[in-house]
Write a protein that binds this ligand. Sequence first.
Ligand code: PEP
Ligand code: MG
Length: 578
Amino acid sequence: MEEAMPKVFKELKSVFVKLEKHYRDMQDIEFTVENNKLWMLQTRNGKRTAKAAIKIAVDMVKEKLISKKEAILRIDPNTLDTLLHPTLDEKVNKEVIAKGLPASPGAASGKVVFSADEAEKMNNQKEDTILVRVETSPEDIHGMHAAKGILTARGGMTSHAAVVARGMGRPCVSGSGEINIDYETKEFKVGDLSIKEGEVITIDGGTGRVMKGLVPTVKPDISGYFSTIMKWADEFRKLKIRTNAETPQDTKMARNFGAEGIGLCRTEHMFFDDERILSVRQMILSKSLDDRKIALEKLLPHQKNDFKEIFKIMKGLPVTVRLLDPPLHEFLPKTDKDMEEVARSLNLGVKEIKNRVAELHELNPMLGHRGCRLGISFPEIYEMQCRAIFSALIECKKENIKSVIPEIMIPLVSTEDELGIMRKLVNRVADQLQQENKVKINYFVGTMIELPRAALRAAPISKYADFFSFGTNDLTQTTFGISRDDSGKFLNDYIDHKIFDEDPFVSIDKDGVGELVKIASQRGKKQNKKLKLGICGEHGGDPRSIEFCSKNGLNYVSCSPFRVPIARLAAAQAELRR
Ligand code: PEP
Ligand code: MG
């Protein structure tokens, strides 16, 4: 156009500039030229990808068209997800064998497995897998955690696979109707091509492509415009952003994304490792305290090394370590082979082990023998964990490694006495180690507020707590009385009937669960002025819930590593919207 009608082109360019300046935003413009005369037909703010939104916002600040505040408010935090995951190396040839929906961003390669159990087994052997299912359900969660990516033949963008994978930061291609899965023969077919269990495939959850073999990936680029926006967001936000992480890998990634501490280190995730699971099972199934202590002694060095690694990475930033939480039965042996192995190691008969496993069975494990209830029944478990934390600290000190002040967190508390007893236990172990090593250890003790009674009794509970961390996953579950594992079956009906606007496990229910958070914060703070407040349920990475936390005086939110940048931006927006 510049060559064919230079005068009109010049005029058009000046209109572009005028419109962009007037609307102070990138324009999607329609025009026509008739008999060498320019006619403007329409203009509106242009649609843009997340990457473009960031570049446009930064450029406009530099051109002094908008302020930093406006730039921050223009970016939808949820869209950042697409920029934070590995992408395929586009320079490499790919054999695309099928397509599906781009359900959760990121690219991943691994050996094909067809069951969650197989994914978990392979993960324990340090093998990368892609979990291929017709569709997924809550029973597959452990496999979704274990796999590097998820591919389903059925389901849309809000199917179980899509929603859960997005939450976990796992790449997912859903609803790939071209693939035919045969669980019996353990293969899937696309036309004439057959892919068997164990063969490597690559999925790209950003575009929905499924490829044969391993395609190299490129790490996400969070420098440049992205990091400029993040820096600006940090200038405005008051909320601190921590992460939920328990592996050195996740911890490093979260630090890269700007996490300012660990808000939740779920120690039970450190118990599932193949090397440790036998000792864990011995610990649970042993009949005497002495046998249990032998098993715990074996676990101690593993836990200590885990903590030391994390403390080193966090270099002085706060680390909240939660003592063991889930119901014991989750660790119990299930197969005959596992039963025999534990029986041998404990010098017991297989029948005895089977009986003990049956004894430990709970009808409602989420409301059963978990959290601090384990610490009350078996204090030696929590003692071992505290010893591991403090020993890791002491080793860091001796090796002149900049370490952290750990925050030891007691889960599933509902009464002040539970926390009082647990606090004494922590202090006892700390005193012992201080005397043995002639060093001073600094630490805090706090609790999760994840049961309605704990929220209501926040004042007396806060007498024993340096901090509260709202466990809004369990708090949502127990406030509504809706199982966090089974709700998928009927939640969509509730959304269809407009009973819920949104899944309350994703975005905080301000009227109910939120009310309990407010009550607990006010009552806790009134009693204990120094009390620190945070949130570590999944809501900690949800922009609307972050706004709620900011309004209600929480000090920090903690979320999965991939949501840290989302939280940084959302926290800044919350501050700017006040
Ligand atoms: C919670 O309940 O919100 C929480 C963070 O703990 P978990 O999800 O491990 O139960
Ligand atoms: Mg919980």
